[in-house]
Design a protein around this ligand. Structure first.
Ligand SMILES: N[C@@H](CC(=O)c1ccccc1NC=O)C(=O)O
Ligand SMILES: [Zn+2]
Ligand SMILES: [Zn+2]
Length: 206
C-alpha cells in the first residue's frame, strides 16, 4: 500500500451538520430513459463529508473557495495520533516535535459511529494556534466535522486559525492511518464565491 484514501464516502443518508442540506445523489436520466447515458445529479452542502472551509465561511471579508491558494492543499503532511483527547491544546501538541511541519493532520478516533453526526468532539483550543503558527503549520486537518465544539457560535478556533493564516480541513478519515510523514493531496473544487468545498483527500506514503 503506497497511499491511503482519507476521504469519507459520499452516500445517501450520510450524516450532515444538524439542519444542513441532506446529501443526495441520484440519476437524473438513466441510460434506459436517455437511450445513451446515465447522468447523475448531486444535492449537497459544501460542508459534506471530508471538506475544506474557505475563510469566507465565517468571515465576510475572507477568501472564497475559488480564491484559495492550492499549494496549501498539496505537499508534505504529518499525521499524529491524539487518542482520548477532549481538547487539542498546546499541552497535547507539545508532546510531538512539530517544528517545520507544514500540514498537520490529527487523528483522534473520537468519531467512532460514522453513521451519525457526533454530539461531542475534541476541539482546537486557541492556545494551540499560536504554537502551530510558530512551528510553520499552514494547514490543520481533523478527523471530526469541525475544529470548534459542535454547538459553538463564536467559532473561536476557526477565527484564530484564520488570523494566523492556517487553513482548515475537516472530516478526514484517519482510523487506518499510522502516525508519520506523508504527501497530502486534498484539492477544493473551484466553486466561485464558495464558502467551503468537499475534497478527495489522499496521503501518499513517503
Ligand atoms: N463550522 C462548521 C460548519 C457549520 O458551522 C455549519 C455547517 C452547515 C450548516 C450549519 C452550520 N453551522 C450553523 O451554526 C464547519 O466548520 O464545517
Ligand atoms: Zn466546514
Ligand atoms: Zn469548519
Amino acid at each position: 500500500m503506497d497511499w491511503y484514501d482519507i476521504s469519507a464516502p459520499l452516500v445517501n443518508g450520510m450524516p450532515v451538520w444538524p439542519g444542513d442540506t441532506p446529501y443526495q445523489f441520484g440519476l437524473q436520466w438513466t441510460k434506459d430513459e436517455s437511450g445513451s447515458v446515465n447522468v447523475g445529479r448531486l444535492t449537497l452542502s459544501t460542508h459534506t463529508g471530508t471538506h475544506i472551509d474557505a475563510p469566507y465561511h465565517f468571515d465576510e471579508a475572507g477568501k472564497k473557495t475559488h480564491q484559495l491558494d492550492l499549494s496549501v492543499y498539496m505537499g508534505p503532511a504529518r499525521v499524529i495520533y491524539l487518542p482520548d483527547c477532549a481538547r487539542i491544546g498546546k499541552a497535547e501538541l507539545s508532546a510531538h516535535d512539530l517544528r517545520g511541519v507544514e500540514r498537520l493532520l490529527i487523528r483522534t478516533d473520537a468519531w467512532q459511529v460514522k453513521e451519525t453526526f457526533p454530539h461531542m468532539i475534541p476541539h482546537v483550543s486557541p492556545d494551540a494556534v499560536l504554537c502551530l503558527k510558530e512551528w510553520g503549520v499552514r494547514l490543520l486537518g481533523v478527523d471530526v466535522p469541525s475544529v470548534d465544539p459542535i454547538d459553538s457560535k463564536e467559532l473561536e478556533a476557526h477565527h484564530a486559525l484564520n488570523q494566523q493564516g492556517i487553513h482548515i480541513l475537516e472530516g478526514i478519515v484517519l482510523s487506518h492511518v499510522p502516525e508519520g510523514d506523508y504527501e497530502l493531496i486534498a484539492l477544493p473544487l473551484p466553486i466561485v464565491d464558495g464558502d467551503a468545498s468537499p475534497v478527495r483527500a489522499v496521503l501518499r506514503v513517503k
